[in-house]
Design a protein around this ligand. Structure first.
Ligand code: IPD
Ligand code: CA
Ligand code: CA
Length: 260
């Protein structure tokens, strides 16, 4: 089985596990004051990591709930970066907006990304150099070129209560300068939305590598652009992301520079 085929199989099967728990109920625990983990997160992650170990025993893994190899300890081997349930707060409330996110890198360079939304049966997949697809059909970013006509999306990290004053100014500015601002509650789906042209731009502070590892490949392969919020080169392990269709990137950076 190829790497991308395994990533697709793992994401789909993990999505089925999430839907099984969504239908039957699940235990919820708290990791922080507003940061949850459910039985479904753990079961999804266990399934994905055991599939990888079975098929590619030498590959490294970093998964949100169980950790794994640190990026600094990597050699040339493949590196799977997994969010087994992105959108846990939505999931635990029964709000159907969550996904499984699996990114694969090698020697620090992105190789492939798969994001599966089990509530809509939508599978976003991209391999470096081969374009991005939604359920097998090629997708591209939008052609909106003016921020005033753009639909943009953001999210809040779990330290929002402590750092609200840092996060809210950008919301205020984008409410004034864009066509609309959304908060979906699943960063990987936010990125999939940019890749498929449903959204024109997405910014967020405080994301982790498992939130962005798959989405970065999708956005790039769909023709979009990623940087940090200050315009410097994007890095999965630095919690600062602006991704757009490319056309409104500079306009969003300009707005962000006025409030960072
Ligand atoms: C969260 C979601 C949310 C984002 C948070 C993430 P989780 O991931 O992606 O949209 O705003 O920063 O931590 O905890 O549901 O996997
Ligand atoms: Ca996440
Ligand atoms: Ca998660």
């Amino acid at each position: 089985m190829t790497i991308i085929d395994l990533a697709i199989k793992a994401a789909r099967e993990a999505g089925d596990i999430l839907q099984h728990f969504a239908a039957r109920g699940f235990r919820v625990e708290t990791k922080g004051r507003i940061d949850l983990v459910t039985e479904a997160d753990l079961a999804s992650e266990k399934h994905i990591t055991s599939l990888i170990r079975q098929h590619f025993p030498t590959h490294h893994i970093l998964a949100e709930e169980s950790g794994g190899t640190a990026a600094s300890d990597l050699g040339e081997e493949y590196y799977w970066i997994i969010d087994p349930l992105d959108g846990t707060t939505n999931f635990s409330h029964g709000f159907p907006c969550y996904a499984v996110s699996i990114g694969i890198e090698r020697a620090g360079a992105p190789v492939a990304g798969v994001i599966y939304d089990p509530t809509r049966d939508e599978l976003f997949a991209a391999e470096r150099g081969s374009g991005a697809r939604l359920n097998g059909r090629k997708i591209t970013v939008s052609t909106v070129s003016v921020l005033e006509k753009a639909l943009v999306v953001s999210g809040f990290p779990y330290d929002v209560r402590e750092r609200m004053d840092e996060y809210l100014p950008a919301w205020r500015e984008f409410l004034k300068t864009s066509q609309g601002v959304r908060r979906l509650g699943s960063a990987s789906l936010d990125m999939a939305c940019v890749a498929s042209g449903r959204m024109d731009g997405f910014w967020e502070n405080g994301l982790h590598a498992w939130d962005t590892a798959a989405g970065r490949v999708l956005v790039e392969e769909a023709g979009g652009k990623l940087t940090r919020l200050d315009g410097s080169p994007f890095d999965n392990f630095v919690p600062s992301l602006l991704c757009t269709n490319g056309l409104i990137h500079e306009q969003m950076l300009e707005v962000l520079s006025s409030c960072l």
